[in-house]
Design a protein around this ligand. Structure first.
Ligand SMILES: Nc1nc2c(c(=O)[nH]1)N[C@H]1C(S)=C(S)[C@@H](COP(=O)(O)OP(=O)(O)OC[C@H]3O[C@@H](n4cnc5c(=O)[nH]c(N)nc54)[C@H](O)[C@@H]3O)O[C@H]1N2
Ligand SMILES: Nc1nc2c(c(=O)[nH]1)N[C@H]1C(S)=C(S)[C@@H](COP(=O)(O)OP(=O)(O)OC[C@H]3O[C@@H](n4cnc5c(=O)[nH]c(N)nc54)[C@H](O)[C@@H]3O)O[C@H]1N2
Ligand code: SF4
Ligand SMILES: [Mo]
Length: 660
């Protein structure tokens, strides 16, 4: 029997592989034997006919790709790097890479090529949470665990659809509910998650700051804050409450679209709950004020002292399986490595550790900036930017101009493939091994379950081949992912946060390790949490007479983003369609659209075809299309949060027309 871990979502469920069957691992602390349809389909995904199995190459994207040897491909890539100015090279990575892949790519780019232009699709996912945690707690640290829901009285889910996006965690929420946990769901859609809520609040899109500010205001007015905790552990309290004296309460409530009664019902539940967890995902992060939305939420925990205590805290539900590992290693252009930044001292430490003098001292381009930067070379690995970046028509225009694009993928049917000059076949889940960190700091190991397809390689091996070809044999002579993990462990000593130095890599598959368990305090220099007063500045795209509807986007349970891994005839459970558009009955009536009608949804940037699903589960004047419609980002706008540079995917002005 081999123990491994699911490579889909941030819950990170333990799996057991026995007699060619994959099942949930009953001994694993996160999922206790439970898995969802995606976890079960991991094995099938290796066997799909759409695997990319050979390196390919072409001179221009107008020509067809032709099979080439690894040597030829790596030679060409190394030669291009050699002849390109370092600031013109970009590495576009993914929160689905393993920690060892990340480590090698980061070491190569930042340490030896000397560019900090290395970022990840996690920029589109949880960059806002990273910035907000740093600003309020002092470090990018998730201060509460999923299992805390069993010690909690109230779970508030804001902009999070756990029933479809964190399925096994959702099952645990249901279990905790039976034991007394109360649940509030705040979402402009009555989602599958809302079905288990004690209270559902159909908030208007983009008004979360108003909602959480109303809550802070009430906590202040009714003196429900924890004065002792604040005196000891919180900065900014006096100026914070001063600012709250003048907030426009009626206007804020109006913007949320909630009635006084709804807020009152929420308040009764809130003030009667000693232990509270507030969890969130893309409904908050993906916003023109994603960081501020996070801060407004975290403020409520700082005021009430409901943090660093059992059953309490602000819980960011990370989406991807190893976005956390990527953050820890330093896979963002805005950090260097192991939670260190670009200050002199940190650069000195890292340069010394890697034995290099090439580290640049300023942050690099983020994933959301790379395509606009006139790069001469872009390396994409384990992600599909043409699919996932906002304003796709513009994205296509920009990527087509980059003279040299390398795509490393395990499957052949990505949306970025048509723009690649070289495509390299990666070994997918099950054909490789390495470690990953789930959403609440649990480090586990993915195991190799079957032989690696002849011409495929682990992602770290590919980056190592490039490094070696560039002449860095000594710095990149790792024989296994274990050796990489061990170097990373050595490096983690440079960080005051990471306590992974003594864990045993081999043992990880059987014994997951939770880092940071001894941290029970704020991580700012004076160990105080910081309140930040924020306000809804209405920076998102506005609807108008022509584009009357606000489009939001999100997940469906059985599909993983583009579906290169999940969208297989054999595994696709007929749970939900992959292409639909939720429309409120009042709007459908006004538009003269019947359920099931073929429609065109149009924004100022593009249009897509879909099918009307008429339902009262969505707020009026709001539309929802799942991202399993691969064309989704032809519609979305490219407004970014100013601090996190994360896109505002959930606020697009659109109109609807019947397809004739
Ligand atoms: N099945 C499946 N599971 C996945 C994934 C997948 O592709 N498929 N992807 C993984 C990844 S990478 C991620 S990031 C997570 C995402 O996990 P979630 O964020 O839970 O998933 P989304 O469907 O994007 O849901 C966001 C919710 O926010 C709501 N929302 C939109 N705008 C607002 C707003 O202004 N305010 C509030 N309060 N809510 C709003 C939407 O209606 C939606 O229900 O899922 C992970 N899990
Ligand atoms: N409109 C809208 N857009 C969004 C979002 C949204 O909610 N709305 N969400 C955003 C978020 S949160 C995310 S995380 C992104 C996700 O967007 P992407 O990361 O672009 O989506 P995936 O389909 O997960 O892409 C992963 C790629 O890795 C490949 N792959 C699989 N296994 C391996 C492997 O082992 N090695 C390598 N090298 N490749 C492999 C897959 O074939 C696939 O092409 O989308 C973002 N875009
Ligand atoms: S909940 Fe997430 S980690 Fe668990 S089996 Fe499903 S996709 Fe995999
Ligand atoms: Mo994500």
């Amino acid at each position: 029997m081999i123990r491994s871990v699911c490579g889909y979502c941030g819950v990170g469920c333990g799996l057991e592989y026995k007699s060619e069957k994959l099942i949930g691992d009953v001994t694993y602390p996160v999922n206790h034997g439970k898995v969802c349809s995606k976890g079960v389909s991991e094995l099938v995904s290796i066997q799909t006919p759409t695997r990319l199995l050979r390196p390919h190459k072409r001179k221009s994207i107008q020509e067809p790709l032709a099979i080439c040897s690894w040597e030829e491909a790596i030679d060409t890539i190394a030669d291009k790097i050699h002849h390109t100015r370092k600031e013109k090279i970009g590495f576009y990575l993914s929160g689905q890479l393993l920690t060892e892949d990340y480590y090698i790519a980061n070491k190569l780019a930042k340490g030896f090529i000397g560019t900090n232009n290395i970022d990840t699709n996690s920029r589109t996912c949880m960059a806002s949470a990273v910035v907000a945690y740093k600003k309020s707690l002092g470090a990018d640290f998730v201060p509460v665990r999923m299992e805390d829901i069993f010690q909690s009285d109230l779970l508030i889910l804001a902009g999070a659809n756990t029933a479809e996006a964190h399925v096994v965690f959702h099952n645990q929420i249901k279990k905790a509910k039976k034991l007394g946990l109360k649940i509030v769901v705040i979402d402009p859609r009555y989602t599958d998650t809302a079905e288990i809520a004690d209270l559902y609040l159909p908030l208007k899109v983009g008004s979360d700051i108003d909602f959480f500010n109303l809550l802070s205001k009430r906590i202040i007015d009714e003196k429900l804050y924890d004065q002792e905790f604040i005196d000891e552990s919180i900065e900014n309290f006096d100026s914070f409450i001063n600012k709250f004296k003048r907030v426009p309460v009626t206007k804020m409530l109006k913007r949320t679209g909630l009635s006084k009664e709804q807020f009152e019902e929420f308040w009764q539940l809130y003030q009667a709950s000693p232990r509270i967890i507030t969890a969130w995902t893309m409904g908050l992060n993906q916003s023109s004020q994603g960081v501020d939305k996070n801060l407004a939420l975290i403020n409520t925990h700082l005021l009430t002292g409901k943090i660093f205590k059992e059953g309490c805290g602000p819980l960011s539900l990370t989406g991807q399986p190893n976005a956390m590992g990527g953050r820890e290693v330093g896979g963002f252009a805005t950090m260097l490595a192991v939670h260190l930044g670009f200050d002199k001292e940190s650069i000195k430490k890292v340069a010394n550790f890697w034995q290099t003098e090439k580290i640049d001292n300023k942050p690099g381009l983020t994933a959301t900036q790379m395509l606009q930067a006139n790069l001469d070379m872009l390396v994409i690995c384990h992600t599909d930017p043409v699919y996932h970046l906002p304003n796709r028509n513009r994205v296509e225009e920009l990527i087509a101009k980059i003279p040299f694009v390398v795509e490393i993928n395990a499957y052949e049917n990505s949306e970025s493939a048509p723009y690649a000059h070289i495509r390299l076949p990666a070994a997918p889940w099950g054909e490789k091994e390495g470690s990953q960190t789930n959403l609440d700091r649990t480090i586990t190991k993915q195991q190799k379950l079957t032989r690696t397809s002849v011409d495929c390689k682990s992602d770290w091996e590919i980056f190592q081949l490039i490094a070696q070809k560039l002449g860095y044999q000594k710095q990149f002579d790792f024989a296994s992912s274990k050796e990489i993990f061990e170097e990373y462990q050595q490096m983690s000593r440079l960080s005051p946060l990471l306590d992974i130095e003594n864990i045993n890599y081999e043992a990880l598959a059987n014994e997951p390790f939770v880092w940071g368990e001894s941290i029970h305090n704020f991580l700012t220099p004076n160990q105080k949490g910081v309140l930040h007063f924020v306000q809804n500045r209405l920076l998102s795209e506005k609807t108008d007479l022509e584009y009357q509807y606000t489009l939001i986007t999100g997940r469906t349970r059985d599909q993983w983003h583009t579906g290169t891994k999940t969208n297989l005839p054999k595994t696709l459970l007929k749970y939900k369609k992959l292409n639909f558009c939720e429309i409120h009955p009042d709007d459908a009536k006004e538009l003269g659209i019947k359920d099931g009608a073929k429609i065109k949804v149009i924004s100022k940037r593009g249009e897509i075809h879909t099918e009307a699903l008429i339902t009262e589960r969505i707020n009026p004047k709001t539309l929802f299309i799942p991202i399993s419609n691969r064309d989704i980002n032809y519609l979305t706008n490219d407004i970014l949060d100013r601090e996190s540079l994360q896109p505002d995917y959930n606020h697009n002005a659109v109109k609807v027309e019947l397809l004739s």
